[in-house]
Design a protein around this ligand. Structure first.
Ligand code: SF4
Length: 352
């Protein structure tokens, strides 16, 4: 672990037992997170992308120890969070925050905004007097673009965007180092999404925050993240730098390539041209495929892929891929992804 690493994840696993339905008697498990290792560096935004149900949200909850793991380690600033007592965990939680996808269901409908924001201060013993707590709440409200007039309102009296601003305020009122953002804009209207993204970028600079940013939208990912991890069926299959690799289309895992070719761009003209989708359906996480989990959907799968799980290898500095044949993707798909990214960059620059 080096000083710049804030969160180090080693072989993290979470299997949920199935308690109802057909699989109950067999002692089956949903393999939500299945052996993930990665590092989130201090001050960066690490994006985590993948289709719904791939384990992204479970992964975020594990990092904050909101749920217990089946195996593996999470080191937060060199502290193994799963070895902590309740008291020690509470202390370190002050340095972590989380923002959920749906602000409506994550805010207590019976509490005023003031009480919602005061609660983390009470839990962590911050603010010595009532007045000081009120000032801290007012200060954070202002930082997220709300004001004193929102203090005594209830969540249902706010718009979706305002509710998400309250969720963000609640996550950062204790001045954490790390915030997990679990699809923070996907439940919001398109017009509000950009405002919330800009707010998150501004707050990151101001409070020197480290983000884990979860989304299924690679376009959002390109806008906010420094590095990106691509997750498939409980595993991270590729980790790459956003600016020099993802934005340039230099990807080496076929799943990443298909995701990029299938993600609609922000511009309607580009969207019309978008024909490619990730082939096939996501297999069940109850009984994941043998070897490489992507093999039933991968057009380049060979016998080895069915038998042997591909190891994660560093294909170039800081770029990791879990595929037996990355050169096949490089030859057959990467040129199309590069071409598409170039056309999207032109659209953004208003050149076509
Ligand atoms: Fe496809 Fe094989 Fe690579 Fe898996 S290991 S992504 S099946 S080529």
């Amino acid at each position: 672990m080096v000083r710049s690493d804030l969160v180090v994840v080693e072989d993290l696993k979470k299997y949920f037992p199935i308690r109802t339905g057909l699989f109950k008697a067999k002692g089956s498990f949903v393999h939500a997170v299945d052996g993930v290792s990665l590092i989130i560096k201090r001050g960066e935004t690490f994006g985590l992308a993948g289709e719904s149900g791939c384990g992204k949200s479970t992964f975020a909850r594990l990092l904050l120890r909101l749920i217990e793991p089946t195996g593996g380690k999470v080191l937060f600033d060199e502290v193994d969070i799963f070895s902590l007592s309740k008291r020690e965990l509470k202390k370190i939680r002050r340095r972590m925050g989380i923002v959920f996808q749906d602000p409506k269901s994550s805010l207590n409908p019976r509490m005023t905004i003031y009480n919602i924001l005061k609660r983390p201060l009470e839990i962590h013993g911050l603010g010595s007097s009532k007045e000081e707590k009120l000032n801290m709440v007012l200060e954070i409200l202002e930082k997220v673009g709300l004001g004193e007039e929102h203090l005594n309102r209830y969540p249902h009296e706010l718009s979706g965007g305002q509710q998400q601003r309250v969720s963000i305020a609640r996550a950062i009122i204790t001045k954490p180092d790390f915030v997990a953002l679990d699809e923070p804009t996907s439940a919001l209207d398109i017009s509000v999404q950009a405002q919330i993204l800009n707010l998150l970028v501004k707050l990151q600079r101001e409070f020197k925050l480290t983000y884990l940013f979860i989304t299924h939208n690679l376009m959002v990912m390109q806008y906010v993240s420094d590095r990106v991890g691509i997750m498939y069926l409980g595993k991270v299959v590729e980790v790459l730098n956003t600016r020099e690799e993802l934005n340039m289309g230099r990807v080496y895992h076929p799943y990443t390539a298909f995701l990029m070719l299938s993600t609609p761009a922000v511009d309607i003209r580009e969207r019309g041209r978008n024909k490619i989708i990730v082939p096939g359906e996501v297999p069940s996480p109850i009984n994941p495929p043998s070897g490489c989990r992507f093999h039933p959907r991968c057009p380049f799968a060979k016998e080895e892929c069915r038998r042997k799980e591909p190891p994660v290898t560093e294909i170039r500095k800081g770029h990791y891929v879990a595929c037996h044949f990355p050169s096949v993707t490089e030859e057959k798909l990467t040129p199309y992804v590069e071409e598409r990214m170039e056309s999207i960059r032109k659209l953004w620059r208003g050149e076509s």
